[in-house]
Design a protein around this ligand. Sequence first.
Ligand code: THU
Length: 133
Amino acid sequence: MIKKHLIKKLVDHAMSMIDKAHAPYSKYHVGASVLMDDETIIGGCNIESSSYGLTCCAERIAIYNAISGGLTSFKALAVVTKNGGFPCGACRQVIWEQCGNIPVFITNKNGKIIEKSSASLLPEAFDKKKLSP
Ligand code: THU
């Protein structure tokens, strides 16, 4: 169980990451933050490309930001959008693979939070277990 004050801190951080979004094409601004086991919080925002396909979602940027900073033990993730959008399929795969089964706090601009586990967001997940003999 994640303590209430940490959930609030994580969601507030993800909300602040919305301001950093680079989304001139969709104008859909997304902020995401991950909580690490040492209680560090690392953020990310969506960054779009004029070629569209190179766009990277906020959740993946937050996760990659943490890993590239040497932090790999994930406790929770928060994602904030104006309308409470859920993580896309690609992000669900990356959350599952890099973070394991963690709580994901999906939040809208009014602060309404829906909590889902990363396992429930990706039923019957494909992962490295399927690749071992
Ligand atoms: N986006 C995210 O950042 N996370 C998601 O899980 C869904 C979509 C971004 C990508 C793109 O910049 C914009 O939202 C519209 O798809």
